[in-house]
Design a protein around this ligand. Structure first.
Ligand SMILES: [Zn+2]
Length: 408
């Protein structure tokens, strides 16, 4: 079973390379718009679209005309990738399962005053190589790259784009997952509280991302400022630039926080249990925080990291109550949002709201997994007994998700 990894890397292109990157981005946009127009025409005529092969042929044919000579200057694999992306977008737009909009034409630099076109190069016969601090791009050459993280394995595609005032590339690689562990040593439940910190049933605690809120306030301020400026004016440009930079900072902070936190969480245990955030979000978080949804990103990453390591990630059912349940006797209590601790009305145990929620999430998760026949609880052997609280599980079958993925 393989997984697709996507990582962003910063580029430090020379001025000549920048010119090339911008040029290639505009070619990709030009091809997108051209093929989209053709498809719109065709759709009006008989409600069908051009297939990928039709589009690829069309690209070959127009090259001979002088007005389309620029197509020849572009990397042909990247041009074909535009056709593939468009084919997917068109299919999604008419598919009933996915409510996506019809693809749009991409605006020119003249209109949007920003260079944000991107293009995707395909690693055919190893034409994209990362070596000696550079990445080789077909028809552009070796562009200096900041490898803050090692490449895991073979590169599939690379998207080049100018974002938040900097050039970067997004490298898609395919990696193999470790085979699922047969014996799982521990189970931990995690509660995400209204202050957006993560608390584990084993006492684990991750801080909440305060910096996001601060950056958000700054952003709102700048956006108001931008609305007052005349579009395209010098002052508009300056504010736009600052907003772009801030967006870049927020997305870096967000990703960095999510990666670090999910890494810590995934290391905590062999079985990781979370609540379903869709429901939780409605119950607890206020609007702006949900929009940011850094917690959703964290759970996604935990799932993904757990699966890479052959561990088990589980989300408990939608409407299972977890807050305010006594860890000793199971008595339910209705707690108001700001009540961080409570004393059980039946057995008088004093406990922390978050920790008791995490414990009840772990318990529900354990019951779920055993009931579904995914794991079986076993008695620890004498060696393992030394750690009293360790629970040991044996994997009896893979979860539905894993089976489906294997079949695909
Ligand atoms: Zn109690």
């Amino acid at each position: 079973m393989g997984k697709v990894l996507r990582y962003n890397y910063r580029l430090n292109p020379t001025p000549e390379q920048v010119a090339k990157l911008i040029e290639f981005g505009s070619y990709a946009r030009g091809i997108w718009n051209l093929l989209l127009s053709e498809n719109e025409r065709r759709y009006q005529y008989d409600k069908t679209f051009l297939s990928y092969n039709d589009m690829a042929t069309l690209l070959k044919e127009i090259k001979v005309f002088e007005e389309f000579a620029w197509v020849k200057s572009f990397d042909s694999a990247a041009a074909q990738q535009v056709a593939r992306d468009l084919e997917t977008a068109l299919k999604n737009a008419v598919s009933k399962e996915r409510l996506q909009r019809f693809p749009k034409h991409k605006a020119s630099y003249k209109k949007k005053k920003l260079h944000d076109d991107s293009f995707r190069a395909v690693n055919n016969s190893n034409c994209i190589r990362v070596e000696k601090g550079t990445i080789s791009i077909p028809k552009i050459g070796k562009v200096p790259i900041v490898l803050h993280r090692k490449l895991a394995s073979g590169i599939k595609t690379v998207t080049f784009q100018y974002r938040h005032g900097k050039w970067e590339c997004s490298i898609v690689q395919e990696v193999k997952c470790k085979t699922a562990r047969q014996v799982l040593q521990s189970i931990t439940g995690f509660d995400i509280n209204s202050k957006l910190s993560v608390v584990g049933s084993n006492g684990f605690e991750a801080p909440n991302p305060k910096f996001l809120k601060q950056s958000k306030q700054k952003l709102t301020h700048l956006q108001r400022q931008l609305a007052r400026r005349k579009k395209g004016s010098n002052r508009w440009r300056i504010t736009k630039e600052r907003i772009n930079k801030l967006h870049g900072k927020i997305s870096r902070q967000r990703l960095d926080f999510a990666h670090k936190t999910s890494h810590q969480i995934a290391n905590e245990s062999d079985i990781l249990v979370f609540e379903n955030l869709n429901v939780k979000g409605m119950q607890k978080f206020n609007g702006s925080m949900v929009a940011d949804n850094v917690m959703g990103l964290i759970t996604q990453l935990v799932k993904y990291k757990a699966e890479l390591e052959g561990k088990l990630y589980h989300e408990i059912g939608r409407f299972v109550k977890s807050t305010g349940i006594c860890t000793d006797c199971g008595q339910h209590h209705a707690l108001t949002l700001n009540k961080r601790n409570f004393t059980c009305s039946t057995c008088a145990t004093y406990q922390s709201r978050d920790l008791s929620a995490a414990i009840s999430i772990a318990r529900t998760g354990e019951i779920d997994l055993i009931a579904a026949g995914i794991v079986a609880r076993v008695t620890p052997t004498s060696q393992q007994k030394s750690a009293i609280k360790t629970k040991v599980f044996v994997l009896s079958k893979l979860g539905d998700g894993a089976e489906k993925k294997e079949a695909a």
